[in-house]
Structures are given as structure tokens and as C-alpha cells.
Design a protein around this ligand. Structure first.
Ligand code: PDD
Length: 291
């Protein structure tokens, strides 16, 4: 068994060492995966895109009919307390809200208190090697449920999808539903075609990553065209560049897909110029937009 760290975490009103926090076996998060979560990046002890993460949390909670147990300022106060207790300056805040503890019954019980859990860990950004050479990914059919827009803690589909790439020694699984690109098991996927950044439309099949709007803003700053539209698998396989984005990956180039190099000509199998510009712009945004 792994040794769990004793860093400070938050559980239902109390701050305790992570390795001592306990929840009931009847928590609906444990029994049904009945809850939602967020992962927020922290740079130099400042939360990056906090308001956007809070807005998505609110949307996820309302879609699963759990009342938000905290105001935004209460969330912020709790995040800050945990960030202050963590030794690393660059961190990830993980928070989850489950429907709470009740006797097992699929029907949503009225009037139970949600379980709130929060922890921080040190940020493990992509390595210099991954940024300079890109990562390998594999493709798979998107066999998950049809509500990928909810940031649900029920992640068995995503776990099974991620393991497909892990079994191939690859960094992520790029998924397709009915021949159209959806996303990765834990990241969004971007296609560069003739200098433009393309992403799948926001829908119930894709989690709207916080980086969706961020990448749109960075593209605008950089004068790069940005377009959300259905992307057939054939376009992904013929892309000039492919990229992943997430709270932990930031933007990361995919340079091999199913064992074949991505891109064309001299840039085949290498990170491309659009990635390089977005990566730079992302680093500037990190330095500017934190609370
Ligand atoms: N994953 N799609 C899926 C399925 C994800 O799980 C994630 C994030 C994203 C990207 O969203 P964002 O840009 O807000 O990080 C897209 C997080 C990091 C996780 O589960 O650890």
C-alpha cells in the first residue's frame, strides 16, 4: 500500500492531516460515485482561474441537483488555508462535493448534508522532455456515458480509457464518438489545421475544460484563428499539430498518435509553431491572472 502524506486537508468543516481523514462507508460518493469535483492549479501560491473553476463547480452541482454548500468566498478561504499549509509553491487543489451519507437507495434523499473534501498536492507539470519532444497518445472509441459535461467523480469510464494508453506506455487516450473527436481521458484535445486551432464544440459529450476559454483568449492575443466545430477522426489523423490541455498539462503537444508521427514535412513528429506560441502565451497568463 502507498504511504499517504500527512499534508493538511479539509473534510466537512475540519482541517486534518490527509492520512487521518475518514468518511462513512455509506457516503454516496463511495457507494454510487454520486458527486462532482474540481482540480484548480496554483502557481506561486496563487489560484489560477479561480472564478472560472467556481462557475464550473456551480454548473456541475446544479446538473446533479446538489446545493452548493459554500459561497465563493468560503471556498476561497478554505483553498487559501490549504495552500498556505502545503510546502510547494506550485500546487493543485482538489475539491469534491458528494451528495452525503444515507442508507443505500438510488433515489436522491432529501435534506442530507453534502460531504465536502479538499486537499492540495504539489503540481507536477509536464517535464521539459515532454514539452520539447511532445508526447505519444493512442486513440480509442469513447465508450463513456453521455454526460461528459458534468465534472463527475464517477470516473470509471475515464479510468478504463486512460489505462488503454498507459498499457501502451502513452500519455493519453484520444477518444472518438461516432467518428468525431471528443476529448482525452483527463484532458481536452486540440487540432491545428492550416494555422487555426480547432476544438470539438462544447456539448454533453465533452468536459468544458477551463482551458477552452483560456485557449480562445490566448489565440486572440496571438492572432491565431480559433474555431469550435465537429472534427472527424480523419482530420485528427491528418492534423498539422495536435495538443492536449488540462489543469496539470497546461498545453502539451502530441507528436505520436497510434505509433505514427503527427504533422507534415520537417515538423513531422515534432512540436509545432502554434503549440510553441500558445505555450509561451500560457506562461504569460499564469504570471498575470492569479488571485
Ligand atoms: N481533468 N476532459 C476531462 C475528461 C478531464 O478530466 C479534464 C481535466 C479536462 C480538462 O479540463 P481543465 O482544463 O479544466 O483541467 C478535460 C482533471 C485535471 C483531472 O481529472 O485531474
Amino acid at each position: 500500500m502507498q504511504t499517504l502524506p500527512d499534508t493538511l486537508c479539509y473534510l466537512n468543516g475540519a482541517y486534518t492531516p490527509l492520512n487521518q481523514a475518514k468518511v462513512s462507508v455509506l457516503d454516496r460518493g463511495f457507494i454510487f460515485g454520486d458527486g462532482v469535483y474540481e482540480v484548480l492549479p496554483v502557481y506561486a501560491r496563487k489560484l489560477f482561474r479561480f472564478d472560472e473553476h467556481m462557475d464550473r463547480l456551480e454548473r456541475s452541482l446544479s446538473k446533479v441537483r446538489i446545493a452548493n454548500p459554500h459561497t465563493q468566498s468560503e471556498w476561497l478561504e478554505r483553498c487559501r488555508r490549504l495552500i498556505g499549509a502545503q510546502p510547494a509553491a506550485d500546487q493543485l487543489v482538489y475539491l469534491q462535493v458528494t451528495r452525503g451519507v444515507a442508507l443505500r437507495d438510488h433515489v436522491m434523499p432529501p435534506d442530507i448534508a453534502p460531504t465536502v473534501f479538499m486537499m492540495t498536492s504539489s503540481m507536477k507539470p509536464p517535464t521539459a522532455e515532454q514539452r520539447h519532444h511532445g508526447v505519444a497518445c493512442v486513440t480509442a472509441r469513447d465508450f463513456r456515458w453521455e454526460r461528459g459535461d458534468i465534472k463527475s467523480i464517477s470516473l470509471l469510464g475515464n479510468v478504463l480509457a486512460r489505462q488503454i494508453s498507459a498499457d501502451h506506455g502513452a500519455a493519453e487516450t484520444v477518444m472518438f464518438r461516432d467518428g468525431l473527436l471528443t476529448e482525452g481521458s483527463g484532458s481536452n484535445v486540440w487540432v491545428v489545421h492550416e494555422g487555426a486551432v480547432l476544438g470539438p464544440p462544447k456539448s454533453e459529450h465533452v468536459l468544458e475544460g477551463i482551458r477552452y476559454d483560456l485557449i480562445s483568449e490566448l489565440c486572440e492575443e496571438e492572432g491565431i484563428a480559433y474555431n469550435l466545430r465537429p472534427i472527424p477522426e480523419t482530420e485528427v489523423l491528418a492534423a498539422d499539430e495536435l495538443m492536449l490541455s488540462s489543469a496539470t498539462k497546461e498545453v502539451l503537444p502530441i507528436t505520436m498518435l497510434d505509433g505514427a508521427p503527427v504533422g507534415h514535412g520537417a515538423l513531422r513528429g515534432k512540436p509545432g509553431p502554434v503549440y510553441a506560441r500558445l505555450h509561451e502565451a500560457y506562461q504569460r497568463a499564469k504570471a498575470m491572472q492569479s488571485i
